[in-house]
Write a protein that binds this ligand. Structure first.
Ligand code: NAG
Ligand code: NAG
Ligand code: NAG
Ligand code: NAG
Ligand code: NAG
Ligand code: NAG
Length: 716
């Protein structure tokens, strides 16, 4: 047992199994010892997690068959927070080789377990969704439920998300004995798994049976897999159940590293197979031949850590991908968190961009956006050092919430004096317009010479629609930023439309059309909001570019702004510093009017209110706030910002007290529930007003004065 445990730790490069094992032993010891001995435990152990008690919402896996069977997960305080709220818009997988990415990092549930977000600005996240078709959240717990932040961001980008069902080691055999005891038990557990995926809003399961079974257990195992597939498909036709290359038809645990007659019976009753990564160069072709017309449903593994993987993984990841692409089968990348765990230089963001660029070069992009209206990106990476709403910075506390990731751009140099004249990065340190991210462009640029970067590659068909393009910019000196849109007709005719301020008029001859947007400047924050209307019926919007540009201006002015402390490096004539930040971009349907229900249309309610006294006259409150529309309409806004206002105690006759302090931003919710933990209440405060600000898919938020709120009279 211990040997196999040690193997587990070394193989998986994680200590979590050992940790869980020790805490289980510890808990067992704890329940066996008399109470007086409990005061001095020899090893520190975390307090028992009681999912029924209110606490900061987290995402966690199911560890036993009993919990799965009794559906106790649905009774958990944390469950309502656990639903992903972003539906998948493009549903079926395309008919071509696909890229599956399997996340296995530090046992899972790290910074991503905090459903409402955490405080680590350097949390692990993937932002290269345009390269991915399917994302699997993997851990070594029996039932791994993907934290909703992954599902939210993956769905936004058109990527399917699977949870994992795994049985391994001796414990896994015991589980299988129960799971596969009868045909009925196999069906029942399959139904439980299907129910979890459907209720929590993810798209299916990876089934990983890494145990030796008896041959007579195989028919019930097949029943389990086929029943799970059927049940999933009947509720969600485009869902996926994928079999991991592990147990074979004789019951032996024998990884085949290919699709062959020993594992094909499982492949035949589900939506695909994830083949172990130690394959040899001819296995992809053999597997493709075996799969026949389902070859895109064979996902050959490749481990990023590189253990025995074809081509070695790590920075040679493209080697295996090239082979798979040539064989015309799908690929499954295992554990790209390697970059983060092994701290690849120079820093995670740069290393991650370089590594996924290898994947892009080998495999090509698989997802294009925009595909639908409205299209909105604030370039938020789901982490950072501040948060803004419409140009006003609300907090400068470090944070992470992958749910908040906007559509992630892939920045490509298109045209300019030299490719490196301007550096462009998706940034979370620079100021943001909405959320915590932006794109920064900086460098030197000659007057009247444009520098163009592609932001998005889209597939948005325009039919009888006027588009409204809105973008926010903050810049220095005479730096200007325009957006150009590339449209293609059915005959592949390309039309470039530039939406840019009139100072960029000098470029108009390079475009089919130039549209000068109306501009609103937000004085306090120096952001300029540009808005232009484009009509291109019958065309497809295929690319979105940013165009950096400078016009003539007095060099003295510029020097004083950029070089105040640097006398020697005066810029050469006509070549001056360029600096602009793109805050967001929205493309929407001109005729589609946005509507926010008035505050009176909402019901708000508080639950689980708990006060704690910190010191004389100073206390904290924890509570859960929920809200819904009175007419029962289930319509969900994609995001709600939550604020609190503290009001003084009421004095005779005054219905409410006076507002003290300013409104404080508390966080963001992607479901219609928010848990506030330990909000401090000074003694002179008589009531709290929690404001729930709905934000629509195009990024606009309801006016705070019209937003629903919940009033709480402070107890005592
Ligand atoms: C992959 O297969 C090899 C044998 O070919 C086996 O040793 C290894 O454990 C397998 N890896 C996994 C993750 O199953
Ligand atoms: C891959 O397979 C598809 C479908 O069978 C076929 O249309 C396509 O030509 C193949 N591509 C290559 C590169 O072999
Ligand atoms: C634009 O909005 C109008 C009015 O709601 C609607 O009829 C039309 O279908 C929309 N077009 C697109 C492409 O969304
Ligand atoms: C009620 O509160 C307002 C605002 O602080 C104050 O101006 C007013 O005098 C108060 N009225 C009474 C009756 O205390
Ligand atoms: C099973 C369960 O409790 N699901 C809940 C997940 O969260 C949403 C939003 O709060 C609830 O409506 C579901 O009932
Ligand atoms: C963008 C956003 O609102 N992020 C929130 C994520 O969660 C943390 C912790 O709850 C909040 O502090 C952030 O404001």
């Amino acid at each position: 047992m211990l040997i196999s445990l040690l193997r587990a730790c070394i193989n998986r490069q994680t200590l979590v199994t050992l940790y869980n094992f020790l805490s289980r032993i510890l808990n067992k010891m704890k329940s066996n010892v008399p109470p007086q001995d409990q005061e001095s435990p020899t090893i520190d152990h975390p307090p028992q997690f009681d999912p029924s008690q209110p606490s900061i919402p987290i995402s966690y896996p199911i560890k036993t068959l009993e919990e799965l069977e009794t559906r106790s997960y649905f009774e958990s305080f944390h469950c309502p927070f656990n639903k992903s709220s972003v539906p998948l818009k493009s549903k079926s997988l395309p008919n071509r080789p696909r890229l599956l990415v399997c996340h296995d990092m530090q046992g899972g549930y790290v910074d991503d377990k905090w459903v409402q977000g955490g405080t680590n600005p350097d949390a692990y996240a993937i932002r290269h969704w345009y390269l991915i078709d399917v994302f699997v959240y993997f851990s070594h717990s029996l039932v791994t439920l993907p934290p909703p932040c992954w599902t939210n961001t993956a769905h936004r980008h058109g990527v399917k998300v699977l949870g994992t069902f795994i049985t391994e080691w001796d414990e896994g055999r015991l589980i299988c004995n129960k799971l596969l005891a009868t045909k009925e038990s196999a069906q029942m557990y399959a139904e439980r798994l299907a129910e979890l995926a459907i209720d929590l809003g993810f798209d299916g399961w990876l089934i990983n049976m890494e145990v030796n079974l008896l041959e007579e257990q195989i028919p019930n195992l097949e029943e389990f897999v086929s029943h799970l597939t059927h049940t999933m498909h009947s509720s969600m036709p485009e869902s996926l159940v994928i079999w991991y290359d592990s147990v074979i038809t004789t019951g032996h645990l024998r990884w085949q590293d290919q699709l062959n007659d020993k594992n094909k019976p499982f492949f035949d009753i589900c939506d695909g197979i994830f083949v172990n990564y130690t394959w040899k160069s001819n296995y992809p072709d053999l597997s493709a031949a075996m799969a026949g017309d389902r070859k895109f449903e064979v996902y050959l593994g490749k481990g990023v850590f590189g253990r025995k993987t074809f081509g070695g993984g790590q920075w040679n990841t493209n080697v295996a991908l090239d082979v798979l692409k040539k064989a015309n089968v799908s690929a499954a990348i295992f554990a790209p968190g390697w970059l983060y765990e092994t701290k690849q230089p120079p820093d995670f963001q740069t290393a991650q961009n370089r590594w996924w660029e290898l994947v892009a070069k080998s495999w090509g992009r698989v997802n294009n956006y925009p595909k639908l209206l409205p299209f909105y990106s604030n370039f938020d990476q789901g982490q950072g050092y501040h948060i803004s709403v419409e140009g006003n910075q609300l907090t400068d506390a470090p944070w992470n919430n992958m749910s908040c990731q906007g559509f992630q751009p892939r920045l490509d140099f298109i045209d300019g004096p030299t490719p490196d004249a301007i550096q462009f990065i998706v940034d979370f340190k620079e100021e943001s317009y909405n959320g915590g991210g932006s794109i920064t462009f900086k460098g030197t640029l000659e007057e009247n010479v444009p520098f163009t970067i592609r932001l998005f590659q889209g597939e948005l068909l325009l039919d009888n629609v006027h588009l409204v393009l809105t973008y926010s910019v903050k810049s220095k000196g005479d730096s200007l930023l325009g957006i150009s849109l590339q449209f293609s007709s059915v005959l592949s005719e390309k039309i470039m439309v530039l939406v840019a301020p009139s100072e960029m008029n000098g470029l108009s001859h390079k475009f089919s059309k130039m549209i000068m947007p109306s501009q609103v400047s937000k004085m306090a924050s120096k952001w300029i909001i540009n808005e232009g209307i484009v009509a291109m019926d019958g065309f497809m919007l295929t690319e979105i570019h940013a165009v950096c540009y400078r016009t003539k201006s007095s060099p003295d002015e510029l020097r004083s702004e950029f070089r105040a402390d640097d006398q020697d490096s005066a810029p050469a004539p006509n070549l001056a510093e360029y600096f602009a930040v793109l805050g967001h971009i929205t493309i929407k349907n001109f005729s589609e009017n946005l509507f926010f229900p008035p505050s009176t249309a909402w019901l708000t309610e508080s639950q689980y209110i708990k006060y704690s006294s910190i010191s004389q006259g100073f206390k904290t409150v924890s509570l859960k706030i929920i809200w819904k529309l009175k007419d029962g309409n289930d319509f969900l806004f994609p995001k709600y910002n939550i604020y609190v206002e503290k009001l003084t105690k009421q004095v005779d006759g005054n219905a409410t007290g006076t507002l003290v302090d300013t409104r404080v931003y508390l966080g963001v919710a992607h479901v219609q529930a928010f848990y506030m933990s330990e909000l401090s209440i000074p003694s002179h405060i008589g009531s709290l007003r929690f404001i729930i600000q709905a934000c629509a898919a195009d990024g606009t938020c309801q006016e705070l004065d019209d937003s629903p709120y919940m009033l709480l009279d402070v107890e005592g």
